[in-house]
Design a protein around this ligand. Structure first.
Ligand SMILES: [Zn+2]
Length: 539
């Protein structure tokens, strides 16, 4: 008889024999405790009635499957008052009365099932020498007892879709514990209200702007404050901005087409954007630039010639003292690559450029007058700088700053990100794209400022500015934002709270994302209750 730390067994159980098979071990185990308690009356008994054999699967050992061949005894209950005359000894820490596998194997399979999908889970279990089927693993997950949502003070609620926008359920999150606490099979107000009704301890419900969860909270948790979650506020504003953008884009393109058609003769005059507006190049600088260009051009010709002779890129680069990469790029482009324009230097004048441009178009072409005007507005630069800028206006038209190419290349769904992202996260190219939009249409610039201001309010929790913001929108003449603002007016108390409380109420969206991942890996076609088990136990 043997007790081994390699295969822990409950007190009083011993290994009597080990039979080695090809991929498994059959381990015979006997119970030796002299007295055993009756499960009904708890009285101890030592009168053995009979023995019987039972085989259960256990966790693997050294990569081999384990079968435990248990010899289990039946005892007489000697308590005359007890209804049970004969009982089977219990092995509560090892195996349940009717189970085919040990408790520890059940737990192992549950862990595998919760972490993987049913099919992948059974494959993995087989590799780990815990041969099992998908059905068994799924059943083991369903055996897990219902989890209590516990005490929930701050509740986050949102919907999620089972099938892409086809059927919806509701997800409930404990915002303090950052944990999904339940899933509901639909998104009806009654279902959610019932759930909340069982949790009188809820003090705050964070939800989207739709009326469903608002009314559910009114019904089910009248004691709780309602808070509009920041994620949905930002999402709704982004959508409004996108509609506005699509409309403005269409307008810009329509106007520019008619303009081009009506002034066909003026196409010869060069058009530059206000960003590119700078004084003419001094002649010395221009000379130097042209000299550099002709040097570059000669080199380019040389590269093309050597390439025509069939000389490999690497060798051309070596001979001309250039990098491989430049040679490759030049050859790939197939035409002479003009040097990139250097960036415009920041000057005091830039801030006043739009004003001067406007006055110029109104007919004021006197440099001294314009200088005096902007000086009053705070310009500290010299009169000469103003003159030099006006010089450019005589040669080129700056009044059509619309960079159509930039605007046309975008779908509104993409362009909207330029407007809603934090400005400092935009790269140079994106900043230029954004500027092109804002220059092309003053409404877009207005909208941009309002949208960014709203996001600042959201990020810095400046709910106290909400009324002022709404007032600005009301007089903005931007119908899409006005309609967003009307939605907020209807739900203002909750929005105000959402913009004031620091509770992370946007996390529900993150939980929905996790849930989607689980859904995708496991229960695409499986039942709601299985998904619920997996989500609640798996997090
Ligand atoms: Zn008894």
């Amino acid at each position: 008889m043997d007790r081994t730390p390699l295969l822990p067994l409950p007190e009083g159980m011993f290994i009597s024999q080990i039979q080695e098979r090809e991929t498994s071990l059959l381990i015979e185990v006997i119970a030796t405790q002299e007295t055993v308690c009756c499960p009904l009356c708890s009285q101890a008994s030592s009168s053995v009635h009979s023995h019987y054999h039972r085989t259960v699967a256990d966790v693997p050992c050294g990569g081999r499957q384990i079968q435990l061949a248990l010899t289990v005894r039946k005892f007489f209950c000697r308590n005359l008052l007890c209804a049970r005359k004969v009982f089977t000894e219990r092995l509560p820490t090892l195996v349940e009365p009717w189970a085919r596998m040990t408790i520890r194997l059940t737990k192992a399979l549950q862990s595998i099932g919760l972490a993987t999908c049913g099919k992948g889970g059974s494959r993995l279990a087989t590799r780990l020498a815990m041969s099992s089927t998908r059905q068994t693993i799924l059943r083991r997950i369903m055996d897990l007892p219902p989890l209590s949502p516990g005490n929930v003070q701050l509740l986050g609620i949102d919907d999620f879709s089972f099938h892409r926008g086809f059927r919806f359920g509701t997800i409930l999150v404990n915002l303090e514990a950052h944990r999904i606490i339940d899933l509901l099979p639909d998104r009806l107000a009654e279902t959610s209200a019932d759930w909340m009704g069982q949790h009188r301890e809820i003090t705050l419900v964070s939800r989207d702007g739709s009326s469903t969860y608002a009314s559910a909270a009114r019904e089910g948790a009248p004691q709780a404050l309602q808070c509009s979650d920041r994620f949905h506020l930002c999402q709704n504003l982004t959508e409004a901005m996108q509609v506005l953008l699509a409309r403005s884009q269409a307008e810009i393109l329509a106007v520019s087409t008619t303009e081009n058609e009506s002034h066909p003769g003026e196409a010869t005059k060069r058009h530059i954007s206000v960003q590119e507006w700078r004084p003419p190049e001094p002649s010395s600088v221009k000379k130097a630039r042209l000299a550099r260009r002709s040097g570059r051009y000669a080199r380019y010709q040389h590269v093309v010639e050597l390439d025509r002779q069939g000389i490999p890129t690497k060798e051309i680069a070596g001979r001309l003292g250039m990098s491989d990469r430049t040679v490759r790029d030049w050859l790939k482009q197939g035409t002479f690559p003009e040097a990139k324009k250097r960036r415009k230097r920041q000057s005091d004048f830039n801030a006043f450029a739009p004003y001067v441009l406007k006055r110029w178009q109104e007919g004021e072409h006197n440099g001294l007058t314009l200088w005096k005007e902007i000086k009053k507005l705070g310009y500290t630069g010299t009169e000469r700088t103003v003159y030099r800028h006006l010089e450019t206006l005589k040669q080129a038209e700056v009044n059509v700053p619309i960079n159509l190419e930039r605007i046309q290349k975008f779908a509104a769904t993409v362009a909207v990100w330029l407007f809603v992202r934090e400005p400092k996260t935009l790269n140079e190219m994106e900043q230029a794209d954004l500027a092109a939009f804002c220059e092309a249409n003053t409404a877009l610039k207005r909208a941009y400022d309002l949208v960014q201001d709203f996001f600042t309010m959201v990020h810095k929790l400046q709910g106290h500015r909400l009324d002022a913001w709404l007032a600005q929108v009301a007089s903005s003449d931007l119908p899409e934002l006005e309609s967003f603002a009307r939605g907020i007016e209807k739900d203002k108390a909750a929005v105000h709270l959402g913009l004031t409380r620091s509770t992370n109420n946007a996390q529900v969206e993150g939980q929905v994302t996790k849930l989607k991942l689980i859904k995708r890996t496991m229960y695409g076609r499986a039942s709601f209750s299985l998904l619920r088990q997996r989500v609640l136990y798996g997090m």
